[in-house]
Structures are given as structure tokens and as C-alpha cells.
Design a protein around this ligand. Sequence first.
Ligand SMILES: Cc1cc2nc3c(=O)[nH]c(=O)nc-3n(C[C@H](O)[C@H](O)[C@H](O)COP(=O)(O)OP(=O)(O)OC[C@H]3O[C@@H](n4cnc5c(N)ncnc54)[C@H](O)[C@@H]3O)c2cc1C
Length: 409
Amino acid sequence: MRIEHTEILIIGAGPSGSVAAGLLRKQGRQVMILEREQFPRFSIGESLLPQSMACIEAAGFLQDVIEAGFQYKNGAAFVRGSRATAFDFRDKFSPGWGTTFQVQRADFDHVLAQAATKAGADIRYRHQVIAVAVDGEQPAVDVISPEGETYRVSARFLLDASGFGRTLPRLLDLETPSEFPVRGAFFTHIEDRTVPGSFDRNKILITVHPTYQDVWFWTIPFSNGRCSLGVVAELSRLEQYPGSEAERLQALVAETPSLAGLLANAVWDTPVRKLTGYAANVKSLWGKGYALLGNAGEFLDPVFSSGVTIAVKSATLAADAIAREYAGEAVDWQRDYADPLRRGVDTFRSFVESWYAGGFQDVIFHERQSPDIRRMISAILAGYAWDLNNPYVAEPRRLKTLEQLCAAG
Ligand SMILES: Cc1cc2nc3c(=O)[nH]c(=O)nc-3n(C[C@H](O)[C@H](O)[C@H](O)COP(=O)(O)OP(=O)(O)OC[C@H]3O[C@@H](n4cnc5c(N)ncnc54)[C@H](O)[C@@H]3O)c2cc1C
């Protein structure tokens, strides 16, 4: 079998893979990305958080993203029954970016991957990793090329950025179940035809189902007059509705008066897709010669749009650790990569759990709110889940106390 070698090998050219490639090219490393699809290709995860902009900027991709003309985003709006609230991410506790974009991921991922190529990464589309060996001197993978040839690539370091493909977790038996119940999502793109002024296109809209507080919809406007629409619920709930995925999504929207009203003139012109059981976890985020980035590690839940932010944050932490290894420093991947990454993931985890239990919904829809606490929450919703100066990051227990205060009136 033909064998090639590279310094850094990355599996997958999604946001975590491309941003890692940009950062590592800046360090002067030789980078190869193996991507099983041809780009542009569809992906879900269209609402970014401002924290991700710092990682995109650090990778050298900011100009490319700005020039792509995506929908500007400055916050998140929430509706439950007759109550509505909106967070403006520019008004937040943590310093840093307060705005970002809502993106069609086919285009966004393509922009990042092209920027990585421009930076000197060797991206090979339609090359799929099918086997991995991490017990030798250096990690190596077996790859199938578009022509059907199998070849091997060894590397000094291997980054698994394969997202829901979860290549290393599957091949190295690293998978552990998520502690979240099995939920699913039905989603599509529509021409929304909303009445001007009825919809703040600069924000993602999260709408809670009127009967089931753990069922919610996303409406993510794009810059071309269209938007992404999806519903998330436990699988058992979704299965209660008869018909096709499109009919079920439409039935759930019809039951939700504010959303049904907003989308009354919408044109449903795109097939509805379904994803289930996407929450995932692993025993370890690293091993000898490799680390797992983004969704290849853990995926929590879509409610706070944290996926891409966690993905690109993991890329920056891993690239920093690799830089230190090349500088001859001793890197402890648990202490220097996995633990810092998990800190932010755990912040999101406590907010996700609280959302589905209803407590966080009571907090954000509460009539009397402290502006300071709102800014702290706004910072976390903007993705600043790693800022230990924020009391709700440093002490996640505080959220419980806040929930109790709100529940008490
Ligand atoms: C219903 C739902 C809604 C979501 N909404 C949002 C949102 O609004 N905002 C947000 O930030 N996140 C959202 N997410 C999460 C988001 O989709 C992911 O977190 C994000 O795409 C992760 O990026 P990544 O780079 O880790 O992986 P991916 O974007 O999945 O990229 C992985 C790449 O690896 C390639 N690959 C896979 N296996 C192989 C292989 N064996 N060989 C070679 N290449 C391979 C794939 O083709 C893919 O291109 C949502 C997720 C779900 C399920």
C-alpha cells in the first residue's frame, strides 16, 4: 500500500478542521485534511455565536467570512406563549465580539475550507478515512480515494474533526452515551415572506411549544430572504404525530400560534430533513498522538447554538497545545486541552439541562430582571462560556439559585 506522511493530519473539513488548519498553517506546520464529501455540501448548525468570531479571526479567515455576505446576527429572541424576550449580545458581561452571522453551512464551510487551502493546507475532497492505528510510533490512517485506491497517511499528530462522522470514537471504541434523552430534529429551509417589522432578522428566534415546554423551534433568517426552520423534541413526542416529516413539522408549527402567525405566508419549497440521537460523548478527548475536535468529541444539544463555537474553540486549544509541543514544552493533553475545553462545554451543559427542565425559561421570561444578571446570561448565550470572571461560568450552581428565586416570584 502507498504510504504518505504529513506533519498534521486532520479528518474532516468542517469548521473545527478548517479553523485548526488555518491556525496550524500560521505556525508553519504542514497540514493535510481528508474530507469524505465534495464541498459545498449541506450541514446543519446555521446560527453562530460571537465567541466563534475570535477563533475565525485567529485562524486568519475573518475577511473571507465577512466578504461572503452572510446575515448579520446580534442576538437571540425567545417566545413562550404571550411572553417574549430578546438578548442583544453587544450588551454582555464578557469582553469580545458581540455580533456574528447566520449562515447557510454549505457556503460557510466552503468559505472556511477555501481559506484553509489559500493558507496552504492540502485538502483532499472525497477522501474518506476508513481505519486508524494509534499504537505505533506515529498515528496513521487508511484512506479511500475517489478512484477507489486505498492508501495510508502517517502524521506526527492526528486531529479528528469528523463531526457526526465520529471517526476515531467509532474506530477506537471511545464512544460513551450522552446523558441527555434521545431527541430529534425536523428541519428545512423556507422562503419566509414574513411581514416587514414582524421579525428581527438579526436574531435567531427560539419559540417554545405552547403545551410541551421541552419542545422548541428555531427560526434562523438568512440574508437572502429565506430562513432555516426546525423543531426539536424527544423522539417519542415526534413519533406521536402522523405523516411525513414535513407534515409533522407543519403540524407542530400550526399548534404554536406566534410561529404559525409569523410564517403564515411562508413558501415551503425544500424537503424536510430529520436528525435523531445526535447527542454524543466520548471516554477521552485525546490519546497518544491524537485529539478529538468539535462534534467528534462531545455534542450536547442545539438549543443555544453552541456547536460551531465549541468546534472552533476546540481547534484553537488543540493548535495551542501542538505549538507548545513543537516548541519542546511538555504538554499534558488532559490539563492543557481536555479540561479547559470541558469547562465551557459544562457551562453550556448546565444551561441546556435547565432549559429542558424549564428553569432557565422561567429565568429569561421573568418579569423583573437584574440588568447585571442579564448581561452575564447574555455573555453565555453569546458563547463566552469559558470566561471564569462570569459568576455563572465560575459557579454553575448559581443558575439553580437564580431559578429558585424566579420560581418564588
Ligand atoms: C439539529 C441540530 C441543529 C444545530 N444547530 C446549530 C446551530 O444553530 N449553531 C451551531 O453552532 N451548531 C449547531 N449544531 C451543531 C453543529 O452542527 C455542529 O456542532 C458543528 O457542525 C460541528 O462542527 P465540526 O467541525 O466538529 O463537524 P462537522 O461540521 O460535522 O464537519 C465534519 C466533517 O468531517 C467529514 N467526515 C466525517 N467522517 C469522515 C471520514 N471518515 N473521513 C473524512 N471526512 C469525514 C464530514 O463530511 C464533515 O464535512 C446543530 C446540530 C444539530 C444536530
